[in-house]
Ligand binder design. Structure first.
Ligand SMILES: Cc1ncc(COP(=O)(O)O)c(C=O)c1O
Length: 388
């Protein structure tokens, strides 16, 4: 009997320890983990440098209030700003908090310039921005919001790729457009670079803000530090989480100085956000994953993985419909429901996870080795043969 609430549909398996790309059960069974806590453990399990960072910091200082200076947070914020479009950062603990704060920052900006009526956020229908009360209504998903009324107002929606509807939905009350450059939960749908550029132009023309949710696709997962970088656009606000903590809960919002001006003392806060322990880990993750060499390796692994997955698609044209994604945020779209496929992969010791649209999500650690990709390809091939 479990005393945990039943809000998750958990698989009947647990793990005792992890090392790199692998997870081990109590009785020694070894699984290739291409879920990595859903794009969280960017350096795999038990990374020695992260262990050292947490060990060293845990002996010095775990937590102090944001009422005081936190040098470790200053350091990480500087690294994030030097690397990106951003001028400043607020730290949180999770992705949903970061997206909610992004919404607050957008609204507060218009409030602070005397346009408080500009408070509506335009989002993609059936997108994913987290599970808190405003974030679920931002998603525009019936399934996620059912039973959680009254509806949180202030969100409008357009369908992914429907440019005409997007333009129509912008009103004098719109404050911002918020999209994921690569929809993760939504089925690994990549917004093409030219669309991101058009989106930026549209926001400029309408004098509204662009929020790019990089909680899942950011922090080098796409092969660039941010997935939007290839398009050369500059967003106004970017919520991040997942990878930046390498397994330690960290969220953050990056913003330009224009919008940051509205965030005066007392407008936002978090007890745990940006504490020294979290920041020590975040600084170490950042030092490792943001180098050119690391990013080139992600790109190289991605190219190899995607080209071989496309070969499997050619080989099994009745099973695999499309290979999606960028970097190591990969989706294998099937013609049929993916549950059985995922189960069979797991029976063969490869862990993956579902996304919408019959997609099997494949999320290896960013430092995955070629032999581990080969092992995954072999298992995927075996399962395709079994299902033929
Ligand atoms: C794009 C995106 N935004 C926000 C979130 C919410 O993050 P968290 O689960 O840490 O609250 C997620 C989580 O999957 C996500 O993929």
């Amino acid at each position: 009997m479990s005393y945990l609430a039943k809000n998750y549909n958990r698989k009947k398996i647990s793990f005792k320890r992890g090392k790199g790309a692998y997870l081990f059960t109590a009785n020694g069974k070894k699984y290739l983990d291409f879920v990595q806590g859903i794009a969280v453990n960017c350096l795999g399990h038990s990374n020695p440098r992260l262990i050292k960072a947490i060990k060293d910091q845990s002996k010095k200082l775990w937590h102090v209030s944001n009422a005081f200076q936190i040098p470790e947070g200053e350091k990480l914020a500087k690294k994030l700003c030097k690397k990106t479009f951003a001028d400043c950062v607020i730290f949180q603990n999770s992705g949903a908090e970061a997206t909610e704060a992004a919404i607050k920052i957008a609204r507060r900006y218009f409030y602070s310039i005397g346009k408080p009526h500009k408070n509506r956020i335009l989002c993609v229908k059936n997108s994913f921005h987290g599970r808190t009360i405003a974030a679920i209504f931002a998603s525009g998903s019936k399934k996620m919001t059912e039973g959680f009324g009254p509806k949180v107002s202030g969100f409008d929606h357009f369908s992914f790729g429907d440019h005409r509807s997007l333009k129509k939905k912008i009103t004098k009350n719109t404050a911002a457009i918020m999209v994921e450059p690569i929809m993760g939960e939504g089925g690994i749908n990549v917004i093409p670079d030219f669309c991101l550029r058009e989106l930026r132009k549209l926001c400029n023309k309408k004098k509204i803000l662009l929020i790019l949710d990089e909680v899942q696709c950011g922090i080098s997962r796409s092969g660039d530090f941010f997935a939007f970088e290839q398009s050369k656009v500059k967003p106004d606000i970017v919520p991040i989480a997942k990878g930046i903590g390498g397994g330690f809960p960290i969220g953050a919002i990056l913003m330009n100085k224009k919008v940051a001006a509205g965030m005066t003392p007392g407008t936002h806060g978090s007890t745990f956000g940006g504490n020294p322990l979290a920041m020590a880990v975040g600084n170490t993750v950042m030092d490792i994953i943001s180098t050119k060499q690391f990013l080139n390796n992600v790109k190289k692994s991605s190219k190899y993985f995607l080209s071989n997955l496309n070969k499997l698609k050619e080989k099994y044209p009745k099973i695999i419909k499309e290979i999606r994604g960028r970097g190591l945020l990969i989706g294998i779209q099937l013609y049929k429901d993916q549950s059985n496929f995922i189960k069979k992969l797991m029976d063969n010791k490869l862990l993956t996870i579902r996304a919408a649209d019959h997609v099997v999500r494949v999320l290896p650690p960013l430092n995955v080795k070629k032999k581990e990709i080969d092992q995954a390809l072999k298992i995927i091939n075996k399962v395709c043969v079994e299902l033929k």
